[in-house]
Unconditional design. Structure first.
Lengths: 310, 102
């Protein structure tokens, strides 16, 4: 019975992936991509990787889907023909993609197989400061990767802001949003945020010992902020607002500071001694969650656009 | 005939309620594919979301170990209800505006 479920799931993942890539029309491809992300997260649950499933559903399916839909909407508003995708085979693009795929396949075979988590990991886990092995790896054993990831997000946001026009630079981010006072969206924007805020904070909080963490919780918090902004309950900030800039960098800043403290006092960049590891990881996760939430929300809101058609 | 124990009864309840839920999902899917306009398709969609997910939640709740799990399941269903209701209102309003020539 479970084998049947897994086979069906695999077939759906492959079929939906094919539909997203090979179908006609950008909108259809985006919708298939979102479905693909949700199915992948079910697949991760089947593999008992709930952390990854949460991240995939929140970021891969949800947030990336919203970003793609926003982009599609902007293309349509700007009069770019978003419906046409090529109209035939594009040789240079095909060659580049085939080359990239080939390189990845080569890397897959060329790299040594990673060792399965051995006794060393199990032995180090109690000293890692996190009962959830995934969190222990992300914020202690391989903290370097996570640090770079958090900086990549910030870089992506700066890249989006660069797309804004000079005369709009001091305007509020994104398109002006308005909802009918007392209407459905305004009500939704008041009802959902308290519950969503609780869920987001909870996901960050339990991340140390259970599935959850800064990325998953931060994405939920970003979605809460977006709903409130879409409902007109809060207004998007300007780039010059220093509080928001501080929120963007606090995560990487706390992370780097902790890393430097490790280098100075504990014998290595990002080294966490066992007796303070739990507190340090919690502080880093909390700060990271704030930065991730603000960065992701502002990514979706987009560059400043004063005076554009709503 | 022996009286089935609690676990067996819970399993039967799960089969029954998730079965009803699946029926609503299938009916909703058929509706989305076959109904002629946006408004009736929304009707089909929200039936799948509300009743389908509701019955599946109810069925799964019989497998929950603690009251906390049941509360979480209920919260998930409630959130899906609020989201589905809001989204269908917004889509319907947009479709109305489009039909009336904005």
């Amino acid at each position: 019975m479970t084998l049947l479920l897994d086979v069906t799931l695999c077939a759906f993942v492959l079929g939906i992936a094919l539909a997203a890539v090979a179908g006609h029309g950008v909108f259809r491809a985006v919708v298939f991509f979102i479905v693909y992300g949700l199915l992948l997260s079910v697949a991760w649950v089947r593999l008992d990787a709930v952390n990854v499933a949460l991240a995939e559903a929140a970021i891969g399916g949800g947030l990336t889907g919203v970003l793609l839909l926003t982009t599609y909407g902007k293309l349509a508003r700007d009069g770019a023909e978003a419906g046409a995708m090529g109209g035939g085979f594009n040789l240079p693009v095909g060659l580049i993609c085939a080359g990239l795929s080939g390189a990845l396949v080569w890397a897959w075979f060329a790299l040594p197989l990673p060792d399965a988590p051995g006794p060393q990991t199990a032995e180090a886990l109690p000293r890692a400061g996190a009962g959830n092995p995934v969190t222990a790896v992300l914020l202690n054993f391989r903290a370097w990767d996570t640090l770079l990831e958090s900086v990549v997000l910030l870089t992506a946001l700066i890249g989006v802001w660069i797309l804004g026009r000079d005369e709009d630079w001091h305007a509020r981010l994104g398109l002006p949003q308005h909802s009918r006072p007392g209407g459905v969206m305004a009500g939704f924007g008041r009802v959902l945020p308290p519950v969503g805020f609780l869920v987001g904070v909870y996901l960050v909080y339990v991340g140390a010992d259970h599935p959850g963490g800064a990325f998953q919780g931060g994405t939920v918090l970003a979605a809460v902020g977006l709903v409130a902004a879409l409902a007109g309950q809060i207004r998007p900030p300007r780039i010059s607002d220093w509080q928001w800039r501080a929120a963007l960098v606090v995560g990487p800043l706390v992370f780097i500071t902790s890393g430097l403290a490790g280098a100075m006092f504990f014998g290595g960049f990002l080294t966490l001694p066992a007796d303070i590891a739990a507190g340090a990881i919690f502080a880093i996760e909390a700060a990271l969650a704030v930065s991730i939430a603000v960065t992701l929300a502002l990514l979706v809101i987009g560059p400043p656009q004063a005076g554009h058609r709503a | 005939m022996p009286i089935p124990d609690h676990a067996t009864l819970a399993t039967y309840a799960t089969y029954a309620f998730t079965g009803v839920g699946l029926f609503f999902f299938i009916a909703g899917t058929v509706g989305i594919l076959r109904f002629p306009d946006v408004f009736s398709r929304l009707h089909a969609l929200t039936k799948a979301d509300n009743l389908g997910l509701g019955f599946i939640t109810l069925g799964v709740a019989f497998q929950a170990d603690t009251w906390r799990d049941i509360a979480v399941l209920a919260l998930i269903w409630a959130l899906a209800l609020v989201a589905a209701g809001t989204v269908s209102q917004l889509i319907a309003r947009d479709a109305l505006a489009e039909r009336d020539g904005r």
